[in-house]
Design a protein around this ligand. Structure first.
Ligand SMILES: Cc1cc2nc3c(=O)[nH]c(=O)nc-3n(C[C@H](O)[C@H](O)[C@H](O)COP(=O)(O)OP(=O)(O)OC[C@H]3O[C@@H](n4cnc5c(N)ncnc54)[C@H](O)[C@@H]3O)c2cc1C
Length: 319
């Protein structure tokens, strides 16, 4: 089987869950080979990559003073070294820019924000959700090998242990890759909750929450489930919750296993950011609210009555 490259996504020195998701998808297409850019590829990382089926990790120990350009150089070198038939990259802002730069370098087509990837009679087909989520598109690239960015939580990671060997990858940085470098970083203050775009469960609040203090019930439910908190634009524009938690067309795109929408009407711009969620639960006092069209489970009621009861029930089960 041909190699399929997976760019390892890292945070705080560890491997992010998105990498195990990409390895799970890569196994459908060929033999997964991970690409690690920078230092820190230790035994724990090797074991984790092997657990999800990586047969090798190519380590490009180049200085990562710019989060994108050297990574694209490293992936291009990995494509040349392996003759890979596809490259999978996480659909983060950096990942999408990396994918675009790589595609240009190797003369290939790029597909962004895929929510699924399959091999169909030898052709690699990506599924995207477009036009605010109203249309599902199946895409292939017609030139070169597919470079595909995949949204977080598009697939549940499945272990398939393989013996993973570490190999050095020689990379010559292109002159443009060293033109920009990071001179300082400020880590965003984050609480104990998971990152919004990576969380398996997202609990969101909208205008129905009624004010900043109303988000207390949303946060309590989120914490009982180990979930991230999201918000509609109505809530963030009103200053009730920070903008970085906005879900939708002009906010974050999430695709968790479970999305709980509270006091959100379901405008097309909000749906664009959450409708690929696997299970959608809606709490809204208006039975005609459009968001019920998306709901797997719906509760017609006042969120201030329903949500605390839900939180209590979950707390009882956790005891
Ligand atoms: C270019 C553009 C981009 C946009 N981008 C985004 C985006 O990224 N994300 C986004 O969310 N929006 C976006 N919007 C705004 C979007 O059109 C809607 O205005 C917004 O999503 C509405 O937010 P909402 O559902 O919280 O509020 P509303 O539409 O006002 O709905 C509130 C809901 O809460 C319910 N409710 C009220 N009180 C309670 C209660 N006590 N208990 C239970 N239910 C209650 C009501 O029945 C209602 O259904 C965008 C708009 C434009 C034009």
């Amino acid at each position: 089987m041909s190699d399929v490259l997976v760019l390892v996504d890292k945070a705080d020195g560890g491997v992010k869950k998105s990498t195990s998701e990409l390895l799970t998808l890569a196994r459908r297409l060929g033999t997964p080979v991970a690409v690690w850019v920078g230092d820190g590829c230790d035994d724990a990382a090797l074991a984790l990559l092997g657990e999800f089926g990586a047969t090798a990790v190519l380590v490009a120990d180049v200085p990562v003073e710019n989060p994108v350009a050297p990574v694209a150089d490293a992936l291009a070198a990995a494509v040349a070294a392996t003759g890979a038939v596809a490259v999978l990259v996480p659909s983060t802002a950096d990942g999408k820019e990396t994918a675009a730069r790589l595609a240009l370098k190797i003369g290939s087509g790029v597909i962004t924000d895929a929510v699924d990837v399959q091999a169909d009679a030898g052709t690699i087909v990506a599924t995207q959700s477009v036009f605010g989520g109203s249309t599902v598109v199946h895409s292939t690239v017609t030139t070169g090998i597919p470079v595909i960015t995949v949204r977080g939580n598009s697939v549940a990671p499945e272990a398939a242990p393989a013996s993973c060997e570490k190999r050095d990858l020689a990379v010559t940085l292109s002159p443009s890759s060293t033109l920009a470098r990071i001179t300082g970083t400020t880590v965003a203050a984050k609480g104990g909750r998971p990152e919004l775009t990576e969380a398996a469960i997202v609990v969101s609040g909208g205008r129905g929450v009624g004010g900043a203090e109303g988000f207390g019930v949303i946060e309590a439910l989120a914490d009982s489930l180990g979930a991230a908190v999201g918000a509609s634009r109505a809530a963030t524009d009103a200053g009730w919750y920070p903008h970085q938690y906005q879900v939708g067309q002009t906010g974050k795109t999430v695709s968790p296993q479970l999305y709980i929408a509270n006091g959100i009407s379901g405008a097309i711009q909000h749906r664009a950011g959450m409708q690929t969620s696997k299970t959608i639960v809606v709490v809204n006092k208006d039975p005609e609210a459009p968001i019920f069209e998306l709901a797997d489970y719906g509760v017609v009621g006042d969120l201030f009555t329903v949500v605390p009861q839900l939180t209590n029930e979950i707390a009882k089960r956790a005891d």
